[in-house]
Design a protein around this ligand. Structure first.
Ligand SMILES: [Ca+2]
Ligand SMILES: [Ca+2]
Ligand SMILES: [Ca+2]
Ligand SMILES: [Ca+2]
Length: 254
């Protein structure tokens, strides 16, 4: 199968997945005040990344904010590239970011159908290209807070996933104390394709458990989503629906 043909097959699959995705959006997100001193906001990071203020409102423009947007979010591609944009977190030297395949079964991070993208020592500007050996796959990202160490409200082997339905409810799995009540939002995903090129997403992770109480530093969580922010280039769940054949050829015709 040629790359373009394979991509079109992937598109058909995307349509299927979109139709069967849980229609849980709109997804309300409870933001907090950052514990970081000096304060660095996700909005500030976004403005710097895009080169101008006001293009994206991080409080309202994340995928899932509006009714009808895919929830949970995922990507579907044969590869992705990732660029580490910014880390503002006490755990920045330890946090590990990885990818994982979503095949519908339980997700276990064990080196099979998952892998590390950025390790603790990686910093802003780090880049990776991951090519899936099996071709087109449905995938997401996980954050392992503090790496091999246990994080606050995240004892090993707990990870935080871009698919919020994989995260424990509340701080310890005993239930959410603030919205959304059906899955903690540990990562926000923004479509930045119109400024950064087709199929480009900015992903912003919170590195302590979203479901804890929002507190002054440092007991619960600050839900500032600036802890690990990275750019992904890959076909996502919604963008693919609008992708033209020309755009596909541009992506895969090289
Ligand atoms: Ca932070
Ligand atoms: Ca949780
Ligand atoms: Ca937890
Ligand atoms: Ca945080």
């Amino acid at each position: 199968m040629s790359l373009v043909t394979r991509s079109l097959a992937a598109l058909a699959l995307v349509g299927l997945c979109s139709a069967t995705a849980r229609a849980a959006s709109p997804v309300p997100v409870v933001f907090g005040t950052t514990w970081d001193v000096p304060a660095v906001t996700l909005q500030g990071i976004m403005n710097t990344y895009l080169g101008a203020p006001g293009l994206v409102n991080v409080a309202t423009d994340y995928v899932g904010h509006d009714a009808g947007e895919p929830d949970p979010w995922f990507w579907l591609d044969s590869q992705f590239s990732a660029l580490l944009v910014r880390e503002v977190a006490g755990y920045s030297g330890l946090n590990v970011l990885g990818w994982y395949l979503e095949d519908g079964g339980p997700v276990t991070i064990d080196g099979i159908d998952d892998g590390v993208v950025f390790n603790g020592p990686d910093g802003s500007g780090a880049m990776r290209l991951i090519i899936f050996p099996a071709g087109v796959s449905r995938f997401g990202f996980y954050l392992d807070p503090k790496g091999a160490q246990s994080g606050h409200n995240a004892p090993q082997p707990e990870r935080f996933f871009t698919n919020r339905f994989l995260n424990d409810l509340g701080a310890d799995g005993s239930g959410a104390i603030h919205a959304p009540f059906d899955g903690d939002v540990q990562a926000l995903v923004f479509d930045v394709s119109q400024w950064k090129g087709p199929n480009t997403w900015l992903v912003a992770f919170e590195d302590v458990d979203y479901g804890a109480a929002i507190t002054p530093c440092c007991n619960g969580t600050d839900n500032d989503y600036n802890d690990l922010v990275f750019e992904v280039k890959a076909i996502g769940a919604t963008e693919a629906r609008a992708l033209t054949f020309g755009a596909l050829k541009q992506k895969f015709g090289r």
